[in-house]
Design a protein around this ligand. Sequence first.
Ligand code: NOJ
Length: 571
Amino acid sequence: MTQNLADTSRPAAPAAESDADSSAANGAAGRGWWRDAVIYQVYPRSFADSNGDGMGDLPGVRSRLPYLRDLGVDAVWLSPFYASPQADAGYDVADYRAVDPMFGTLLDADGLIRDAHELGLRIIVDLVPNHSSDQHEWFQRALREGPGSPLRDRYHFKPGKGADGELPPNDWESIFGGPAWTRTVDPDGTPGDWYLHLFAPEQPDFNWENPAVADEFRSILRFWLDMGVDGFRIDVAHGMVKAPGLPDLGAHDQLKLLGNDVMPFFDQDGVHAIYRAWRRILEEYPGQRIGVAEAWTPTVQRTANYVRPDELHQAFNFQYLGTSWDAAELREVIDLSLDSMRPVDAPTTWVLSNHDVTRHATRFANEPGLGTQIRTPGDRELGLRRARAASLLMLALPGSAYVYQGEELGLPDVTDLPDEVRQDPSFFRAEGQDGFRDGCRVPIPWSGTEAPYGFGPTAGGPSWLPQPDSWAGLSVEVQTGDPTSTLELYRSALTIRRSHPDLGAGESVEWLETGEHLLSFRRGSFVCTVNTGSEPVRIAAPGRILLSSTEAVAVEGETVLPADSTIWWAV
Ligand code: NOJ
């Protein structure tokens, strides 16, 4: 299944600092492109469909790269496009060195990387090392060869408990609901051992104690680095090492404990040795290649462990993503994030949306505290106003920011998808009580008045999830040139962020004293003021308005900061 590509010369990654700068010894802002990069997440299924089959693909992404360059982002992170049966939308990889035919070919990936580099964009690919697909050759052979097969030790195959092994080996629960173990059938047809899957049964967990697993992933890293990618977003980066002996957790509803406790299957200290080995590989390559941890940990301090100087370069800041639209809470998490990353000399990252959570325009449209799987649209107008303000706040903070495709259009989640079109495995494992990730994965609108709104080549053509009629008014085409649109707000913000000497990388902000519901901070000659309250507030204008998330005018030294708004100032 592995596709091969005879290489030739390839365009270098965008020119940046010297390669020596990628080492851990680097100093302040500007010492590595990732320290202030705006990284745009492309979810390939839903970005652009070149062949009209209703599913986005790599040629589609490639054709839209100029849009991303013009938007003003620095890098593109692509969710998985590898050979996969798509039990979890590509996070179940059957062949780590092949492109799934539904997304294209390795040649398409090569062309995409080359084009991106020519446009000055870097490419980060997703790496899924915690588990493979159950269709991966190793797992299939392990099943076929039965007990005693050396391939079984590359996964967690264990005998069950109970008189006949009829009970799972321990009490761990799958993140997608139900037990984290599935029983196998031996080649002779009798019930056999169980295997561990922290996610869907189609996603067996690798056993990282087996050296063949570590060898294979080092080789996969090199394969994609040789293809020219600029980095990896590491899926479930906190999951690969399990507590010795796979002890019981002794609790039910384990999903609710995530984020509060260190679990025997997450955030084990042993995982860091893997990243130290990977860092050495990344540094063998020219051009500052990076690793980004998707690590859900109980505290920001524990997240910082993943970005110690000899480990990965960035980690997602999920504590920030989970924060309500509330000035006091935001200030606390901003301080905590900056304070936690400073000792390890890693940039703080900021993120509001991704393919696993309700889009922030919908999150902020609902009452706080509902979590990140919301199925009610809430007050759309309010949600969009807050989303625009939140985006300006995020882009003003020191460090690197992640933008999820479509947030620059102000897209809401699609909360009313009928059950029959849903594909998220966690929706089915939780019997429809949870797992509404399809709502943020609906293909994005580019142009035209009829679905799929330029996502595919033909008006009236298919899209793998249906788009709402209202999205005709949210397309890139409609928003381009409209100074009040969210797209133009992002374009302006990213232009200012690139050119302003005090924006981007940094380690701290200087808080300015303000009132309740207000946030105000200074970074050199730049000030950001935010009103998270529902009433307008009159403030002394700190300078000249650079950009505002809603209409705001500074007159005679004073300005009204509208409800749910952010203003950028030159001071
Ligand atoms: C995190 C990914 O972002 C998510 O989409 C996936 O379902 C799980 N990891 C399992 O790979």
